[in-house]
Ligand binder design. Structure first.
Ligand code: ADP
Ligand code: MG
Length: 260
């Protein structure tokens, strides 16, 4: 199988809010390899650096890579602008999706889809074609078409924001998606929508890294691998059974074994 993402010895720092702008190391040597078609899950205690990893992969300017490398489909991901990363097939669903007052959701989605299509050398969709596509996709995800007419995420409930992220993901057809706790705070129906959204994209050409604490989501999506991030490192990797162990024992045992 083709390796799609290869992270080697990745060290990342963030500038803190102090007037001196000190840099704080958050990731201390991440190694992770993901092949096409695979579903990987990232778990770990709060504050261990899970969101930092997703931010740095998407190109967030606050997070500085101080050592290591990331190859995405063989190219140096870290040298690409966030736009170029999206065009290359990377998608990130944020833990806290931002609201865009004054920006119509359907227009926003159309612009996003067409800019990615253009960059990939595909024909741009006219309004009619786009509307047809978005309505079909929204229906599959039980996404009310009323939400397409509203401003992006403004006044959306937590669950609606997450659905909007999944809708965006389905429309953009990424080859690699990172979902950062897209399931948090969701009721069971909304959780199923997120899981179905991920499952509907599953193919040999699609891989994902899913950050979650939710056993129920793991039951739905059946990941190939689970990794545990703690203290800025992956301290343990295993198969799907690892989540049951974590549910029983918490993270302290794994951390103890790693430190020993
Ligand atoms: P997780 O997603 O695993 O809960 P995060 O990646 O959000 O963890 O955070 C890891 C650590 O980095 C935390 O201690 C957090 O406070 C710190 N951190 C993350 N982003 C920033 C930032 N922009 N400024 C200062 N500290 C940050
Ligand atoms: Mg987080």
């Amino acid at each position: 199988m083709k390796t799609i993402l290869k992270i080697k010895n990745l060290h990342v720092s963030v500038k803190d809010e102090s007037p001196e702008g000190h840099c704080k190391a958050i990731l201390n040597g991440i190694n992770l390899s993901i092949s096409s078609g695979e579903t990987h899950v990232l778990m770990g205690p709060n504050g261990s650096g899970k969101s930092t990893l997703s931010y740095v992969l998407s190109g967030h300017p606050d997070y500085k890579v101080t050592a290591g490398s990331v190859l995405f489909k063989g190219q140096n991901l870290l040298s690409l602008t966030p736009d170029a990363r999206a065009a290359a097939g990377l998608f990130l669903a944020f833990q806290a999706p931002i609201e865009l007052p004054g920006v119509n959701n359907a227009n926003f989605l159309k612009t996003a889809v067409n800019s990615v299509r253009k960059a990939r050398g595909q024909e741009e969709l006219d309004s009619l074609k786009f509307l047809k596509l978005v309505k079909e996709t929204a229906k599959k995800l039980s996404f009310s078409s009323d939400m397409l007419k509203r401003n992006v995420n403004v006044g959306f409930s937590g669950g609606e924001k997450k659905r909007n992220e999944v809708l965006q993901m389905s429309l953009l057809h990424p080859s690699f998606a990172i979902l950062d706790e897209t399931d948090s705070g969701l009721d069971i129906d909304a959780l199923r929508v997120v899981a179905e959204g991920v499952k509907s994209l599953k193919s040999t050409e699609f891989s994902s890294l899913i950050i979650t604490h939710h056993q129920k989501l793991l039951d739905y999506i059946r990941p190939d691998y689970i990794h545990v991030l703690a203290k800025g490192r992956i301290i343990h990797s295993g198969g799907p059974e690892l989540s049951k162990r974590i549910e029983k024992e918490g993270y302290s045992r794994l951390l103890g074994e790693f430190d020993a």
